[in-house]
Write a protein that binds this ligand. Structure first.
Ligand SMILES: C[S@@+](CC[C@H](N)C(=O)[O-])C[C@H]1O[C@@H](n2cnc3c(N)ncnc32)[C@H](O)[C@@H]1O
Length: 237
């Protein structure tokens, strides 16, 4: 297991997890070498829609996009919006680049996606407060042992950061199939109820994937294993 420095003790001290898995295929390596530099989030300075996309537009931010299928499907659905995704796992970045490049004819190349190969929180801190319309945290690494609870992305520091970056009325979407993470997340989000309103009226609202919420790879795997999946939509107050 690799541990990365993340650099902000008020959020997550370190970025835990895999950085690299199987060697990339030649086509994926080519995308990492040639497409990624064109659509990478700038290494320094404020990150605004104007800077990334040339003009102001609603901004979406996905933390830990895995293989990028949710981010790409959302970007395809909302071509006038801008999408920023962060993922430290290079194989995931390479898969996301395949989606951005054109997804085998399922959709044209996506011009509205920018990628950070690295820590989501480092980028999130550089987005001006109140600039995001949507933030996504889908199937974060569960870190199920109690002694690792601080490593979970759903904790006070990251949630405060997400709250700061969302505009009033903006939406935070969170999904998991992990019962321990679910309980932990509900506890954390309850502490943040001054910032977020949980948009659930009935059980169906968190048991059934909402419209406009494309399935992620982990979600599909979880369902294939017979797990229940829970969906949470929170509106920034
Ligand atoms: C269980 S996977 C889920 C991936 C994807 N969201 C899905 O649902 O298929 C969790 C992902 O979060 C990523 N991750 C962990 N810490 C992160 C961080 N600080 N910033 C960005 N991504 C992170 C991991 O590399 C991993 O790909």
């Amino acid at each position: 297991m690799t541990a990365f420095k993340s650099g902000d003790p008020t959020t997550l001290n370190r970025l835990y997890g895999r950085a690299k898995g199987k060697p990339l295929r030649a086509g994926q390596q080519d995308l990492v070498d040639n497409l990624l530099p064109q659509i990478a989030v700038p290494a320094e300075g404020a990150i605004t829609a104007e800077r990334l996309f040339g003009y102001d537009r609603p901004l979406h931010f996905e933390i830990g996009f895995g293989g990028g299928e949710h981010m790409a499907a959302r970007a395809d659905m909302l071509p006038d919006h801008g999408f920023i995704g962060a993922e430290p796992f290079v194989n995931g970045v390479a898969q996301a680049l395949v989606h951005v490049a054109g997804n085998h004819g399922a959709h044209p190349p996506l011009g509205n996606v920018r990628i950070q190969h690295g820590d989501a929180l480092e980028v999130l801190r550089r987005i001006p407060d109140g600039a995001l319309s949507f933030a996504y945290l889908l199937h974060p690494d569960p870190w199920p042992k109690a002694r690792h609870a601080k490593r979970r992305m759903m904790n006070d520091g990251p949630v405060d950061l997400i709250a700061a970056k969302l505009k009033p009325g903006g939406e935070f979407r969170f999904g998991t199939d992990h019962p321990i993470y679910l309980a932990h997340a509900l506890m954390v989000m309850r502490r943040h109820r001054h910032q977020f309103e949980w948009l659930a009226e009935k059980a169906k609202d968190f048991l059934v994937r909402p419209a406009g919420w494309p399935e992620t790879r982990y979600e599909a795997k979880a369902r294939a294993q017979g797990h229940e999946v829970w969906y949470f939509r929170y509106r920034r107050r």
